[in-house]
Design a protein around this ligand. Structure first.
Ligand code: ZN
Length: 246
């Protein structure tokens, strides 16, 4: 699996990561992209630099978030300092900056409108579904010139509906916002499939969706907070570039 690269049009590049081929030591081994988990910042920077180079951006231009499981959106321009506090989504139309979103069971999402030159990222778990953070990021993208029918989203790995067991209250809160997220697990208990819920919310807004990666709790090449506790974060980066990469 390793790192997956892709593009929207010729001017937007993105990459999704797993936990392999990075610099960090256990329990953050090895491609940990998050500063807040207790890893050595030098290793995090090396790991981020490896990913940002793939999409043609210097590591100093990478903007991360300090998420709070809400639905506020940060607007990133040439003056923005990383990390942007208290947001679970970011939008930019400034070329040369890379937006970083990380997760370990919550889904990382990248979005782009290549014609408008607008990019976005979002982080969504059950609380992100409840507050519909993906609708907020789509609205913020449209505020700076994107059009819904031109936006494409890639939804990364999350905890699946067989692995992620929840109580009735969390199930009800999530399913009332996105019915597709609700699952009945093999033992008859309630579960949530985060990515299915996120994809339903994006489709409901008229956004085309694709996916990358599988279940974080099942795949040992992905970080999982629910499986491992203290661990790293995989994720995705997206950048708007004036250069056409051949
Ligand atoms: Zn699973």
């Amino acid at each position: 699996m390793a790192i997956a690269e892709g593009s929207f049009g010729t001017n937007i590049r993105w990459a999704f990561t797993d936990r392999t081929m990075g610099s960090s030591a256990p329990p953050f081994d090895s491609l940990n992209l998050a500063e807040h988990v207790g890893d050595d910042p030098q290793f995090v920077r090396q790991n981020r630099a490896k990913v940002s180079a793939l999409i043609g951006v210097d590591v100093d231009q990478v903007i991360a978030m300090a998420p709070v499981h809400g639905n506020d959106v940060g607007i990133v321009d040439s003056a923005t300092v990383s990390p942007v506090p208290d947001v679970d989504a970011m939008v930019s139309s400034t070329a040369g900056r890379a937006l970083l979103v990380v997760g370990a069971d919550c889904a990382p999402i990248v979005l782009g409108d290549a014609i408008a030159g607008v990019i976005g990222v979002a982080h969504s778990g059950w609380r992100g579904i409840e507050s519909n953070v993906t609708a907020s990021v789509v609205a913020a993208m449209c505020d700076v010139g994107a059009q819904v029918d031109r936006i494409t989203a890639v939804v990364g790995p999350s905890a699946c509906g067989q692995c992620y067991s929840v109580d009735q209250a969390r199930f009800d809160a999530t399913v009332s916002a996105a019915a597709d997220a609700g699952t009945l697990r093999e033992d008859g208990s309630l579960g949530l499939d985060i990515r299915r819920g996120v994809m339903q919310q994006l489709r409901d807004r008229g956004v085309r969706t694709t996916t990358w990666g599988g279940c974080t709790m099942e795949d040992p090449k992905l970080f999982s907070y629910r499986r491992d506790g203290i661990t790293g974060r995989h994720g995705a980066m997206i950048a708007l570039t004036d250069r056409v990469k051949v």
